[in-house]
Design a binder for this molecule. Structure first.
Ligand code: GAP
Length: 435
């Protein structure tokens, strides 16, 4: 955002007027289908139940379903004909005709009993709380399940204050809350998570052009920060799977150790949100196009990334175990821009004035970089500790420093060392970190 003149930032509230969530469709539509096991009381999300059942058992259940329902065989085959097997099974489970019949053939992943599932019920994912002392329906408010709506309702405030013209975007990073039925896979699905969303407002006729533009920009963002391109892919949403607000949608997926998973959604939201907020608030959200001399609601291209989910992907992508001189080294090869600590400063020994020089260097560098001072243990051990947390550069003050005011700078990935003059260190690091 900082690098683009056509994107502004915002920090909207977490608790907004409940009408915002009626307008957005979340009160009515932001639901997951939920089922329970009548035997052991375990609760599951119907659409992802297949993830917890092995392929052999799924196949057996589908075969029995076909045997018992000859009239449905062609429909079952059609629902199973897509390229993604998980999605095919989800199609069968969530279909009105086949869903309950298939459920009757499946065993509960927890207790192993067959035919013990309830029918699916809709479960709204928004957390509710109350404003003020009275806990009645008139005082209900919701913790935001996405940051996007705070951008939509503030669209004209930001546009007029920043004097932006179409096309332009509004971005925000912040907490979102969803009462997920099953949390799983560490940070992948949690009830409280961090989103980073950007809504790009465009002329309606330009929607396709900008949708394609943002697809390219966003996947390149992950690659530019070092993520392995082989582990990234788009997953386009079929028309019958689109969210209630979307005309076109794709996910950027990463190949996690547990399979492909969504990190970010890119959606053409049309003018759905702005028109709904106009309707519910009674206030115009139309943009006045000075060139065309007309007022209209812009279309919105959204990029909606999970900061916690993509953080996990970056972490996994950066993790390597290598053998160095007969010893195992664990290293996080973070892109320098992502490394939480940019450089470590290490006096070779705790005498001969080396700690004092190292402290001076630390003080100087700390003005611009997050750095870490470490004088504990053998220098080799100290390098390994920095490798483990992904520090790209380690600066060592040694005997030669006392003579010529140079230090060694060790590169985390190549482990090569170069000598750099202490008065050039800040410029050296700045260049390396910005490359
Ligand atoms: N405004 C559109 C929107 O929120 P979404 O696909 O529901 O779209 C966007 O969510 C991103 O938020 C996802 O791609 C994912 O990275 C992240 N996300 C969604 N639910 C999450 C959860 N329960 N835990 C962690 N991250 C989540």
């Amino acid at each position: 955002m900082t690098y683009r003149e056509d994107v502004e930032g915002i920090d909207a509230s977490i608790l907004m007027h409940p009408k915002v969530w009626q307008a957005s469709g979340h009160v009515e539509n932001f639901t997951d289908p939920m089922i329970d096991c009548k035997q052991c009381k375990s609760r599951y999300r119907l659409d992802v139940l297949g993830d917890q059942i092995n392929e052999k058992k799924k196949k057996k259940a589908v075969d029995t379903l076909k045997e018992n329902n000859p009239g449905l065989v062609s429909k079952i085959d059609e629902l199973l004909s897509g390229p993604d097997e998980n999605e095919n099974f989800e199609n069968l489970l969530t279909d009105d005709e086949t869903g309950n019949k298939l459920l009757a053939e499946l065993n509960c992943p927890q207790c192993g009993n067959k035919g013990t599932f309830t029918s699916a019920r809709k479960f709204n994912l928004m957390f509710k709380t109350f404003i003020g002392p009275v806990e009645d329906s008139g005082s209900v408010v919701y913790l935001r399940p996405e940051t996007a709506q705070g951008i939509f309702v503030n669209f004209l405030n930001v546009q007029s204050a920043s004097r932006q013209k179409l096309p332009f975007g509004i971005a925000q990073i912040g907490k979102a809350f969803r009462n997920e039925i099953n949390t799983k896979n560490f940070l992948f699905r949690t009830r409280e998570f961090e989103q980073m969303e950007m809504q790009f407002f465009v002329k309606p006729a330009d929607d396709k052009k900008w949708f394609d533009y943002w697809k390219g920009e966003r996947i390149n963002w992950y690659k530019s920060l070092g993520m392995d391109g082989e582990k990234l892919r788009f997953h386009d949403h079929a028309e019958n799977k689109l969210a209630h607000y979307a005309k076109e949608a794709t996910d950027i997926e990463y190949l996690f150790p547990f399979g492909w998973g969504e990190m970010e959604g890119i959606h053409n939201r049309t003018n759905f949100d702005l028109s709904k907020h106009e309707e519910y608030s009674g206030k115009s959200l139309k943009f006045f196009d000075e060139e065309a001399k007309e007022k209209y609601l812009p279309f919105i291209i959204e990029s909606s990334a999970g900061a916690s989910r993509s953080f996990m992907a970056f972490l996994l992508d950066a993790y390597y175990e290598e053998e160095v001189k007969g010893e195992k080294r664990s290293v996080l090869k973070f892109h320098p821009k992502l490394a939480p600590i940019k450089a470590a400063i290490l006096p070779l020994v705790n005498k001969d004035g080396m700690p004092e020089i190292a402290r001076e260097i630390e003080k100087d560098l700390r003005r611009n970089f997050k750095v870490f001072y470490d004088d504990k243990g053998a220098v080799g051990r100290r390098y390994r500790r920095q490798d483990e947390i992904g520090t790209p550069y380690s600066i060592t003050v040694d005997t030669q420093t006392l003579e010529d005011k140079t230090v060694t700078v060790r590169d985390r990935d190549s482990m090569e060392q170069v000598r750099v003059s202490t008065d050039q260190l800040s410029a050296y690091l700045a260049k390396k970190l910005m490359d």
